[in-house]
Design a protein around this ligand. Structure first.
Ligand code: M6R
Length: 369
């Protein structure tokens, strides 16, 4: 049932291009329009939405952080993303014009379920992004946009994450379509590129051998840091989470701009630091900023592992190790930049002799609060 792979996680990493394509299937027509028929919230209601709140846990929360950036940029609707376990305990302000998006692979995560119940009690509409048909979260929501990742067995979430991202982009683009977007041309371009993105994920998978080699060489390390900005920040958090849960290593993700406010004190000789570099096209100011972050940490001895777009030559002098990913629109980059981090964590776990599919102390779905 592992399809010739040693671990479910490896199989699920390899299934990502198909999972992404399946989640897009039938949702974008040949003219570039989105049809999300299953989202039974009428367009008239979506036009009135004045706030979006995304709630989720763990990896799904990282997808939600990226959803916030996409929703606010393309639709200009204020959006906040919050850990489901924190959400209802702060007495959040919600009403019938609030759209709550609950993201959950299993559809059984108790923290997320309690958050969505609280939101509905306050009159908010809840849209679930869920991978499991008939799960509690999908049954209790006003509407569901299913991710079509297929069953995910490994405790560490991989293909579910990529499909959650796709679903978040679809919701953001759909809201932009229904309400109009000041970035009309950009939105059309993104829809086109999103339709073709599974081929890019496939290309990343074909180039992972050096990442595996690098991971094996770091098996004796105690700490790995991850830095990113904008969409690269949740990707950094996701890379660190994967490493914690699989390799049982101290791993932390930071917004690169925060370094100088404290974490830079952690940098010491030969410390591996993974840097997720934004596209030099698009928001190039972000690119410039992360270049100076890399300079700062290298000056203090860090060993940089740089994930950067093909053709981004400016990063070469700052990279001790360079992992190339295909060029994508800025907001879509997590679909390709996360993949090397999954492979990295899986290989490090193997090298350290850990149980990859069933890490210690963890359950696949967390059904207690
Ligand atoms: O089933 P869910 O998506 O609601 O699960 C949420 C988290 O428990 C889950 O993503 C967890 O963080 C994974 N083990 C991460 O790999």
């Amino acid at each position: 049932e592992k399809g010739g792979y040693d671990y479910f996680m490896l199989k699920e990493i390899a299934e990502q291009p198909k999972a992404v394509a399946d989640t897009l299937l039938g949702r974008i027509d040949s003219g570039g329009s989105l049809t999300l028929d299953e989202v039974r919230i009428p367009d008239s209601v979506l036009r009135e939405v004045d706030k979006v709140v995304v709630v989720a846990c763990g990896t799904a929360f990282h997808a939600g952080m990226i959803a916030k950036l996409a929703i606010e940029h393309w639709t200009r609707i204020p959006c906040e993303t919050e850990l489901a376990s924190e959400f209802r305990y702060r007495d959040p302000i919600l009403d019938s014009r609030t759209l709550v998006i609950a993201i959950s692979q299993s559809g059984e995560t108790m923290d997320t379920l309690m958050a969505l119940r609280h939101a509905r009690e306050q009159g908010a509409k809840v849209l679930a992004i869920c991978n499991t048909n008939g799960s509690t979260i999908s049954r209790e929501s006003d509407a569901v946009l299913y991710t079509h990742a297929g069953p995910e067995v490994a405790v560490a979430s991989t293909k579910a994450f990529l499909t959650q991202l796709v679903a978040c982009y679809l919701v953001a683009l759909y809201l932009a379509q229904v309400r109009g977007s000041k970035w009309g041309d950009e939105v059309r371009g993104v829809v086109r590129e999103l339709s073709a993105i599974s081929g890019e994920v496939e290309r990343v998978l074909e180039t992972m051998e050096p990442v595996r080699e690098l991971a094996r060489s770091l098996a004796g390390k105690n700490t790995v840091l991850f830095l990113g900005r904008h969409v690269g920040y949740p990707v950094a958090l996701e890379g660190a989470l994967k490493l914690k849960e699989l390799a049982y290593m101290h791993a932390e993700g930071f917004a690169a701009g925060e370094l100088k406010h404290g974490p830079i004190a952690l940098i010491e000789d030969d410390l591996p630091v993974v840097v997720v570099v934004p596209s030099p096209r698009g928001r190039s100011v972000l690119h410039d900023k992360i270049m100076s972050n890399m300079q700062e940490i290298r000056a203090r001895g860090a060993r940089t592992i740089v994930i950067a777009e093909e053709g981004d030559e400016a990063v070469v002098p700052y990279a001790d190790h360079l992992i190339r990913i295909p060029a994508t629109p800025t907001l879509l980059q997590p679909l390709v930049s996360t993949v090397p981090l999954q492979v990295f964590a899986c290989e490090l776990a193997t090298a350290r002799g850990n149980e990859v599919d069933q890490p210690r102390n963890l359950a696949k779905s967390v059904t207690v609060e």
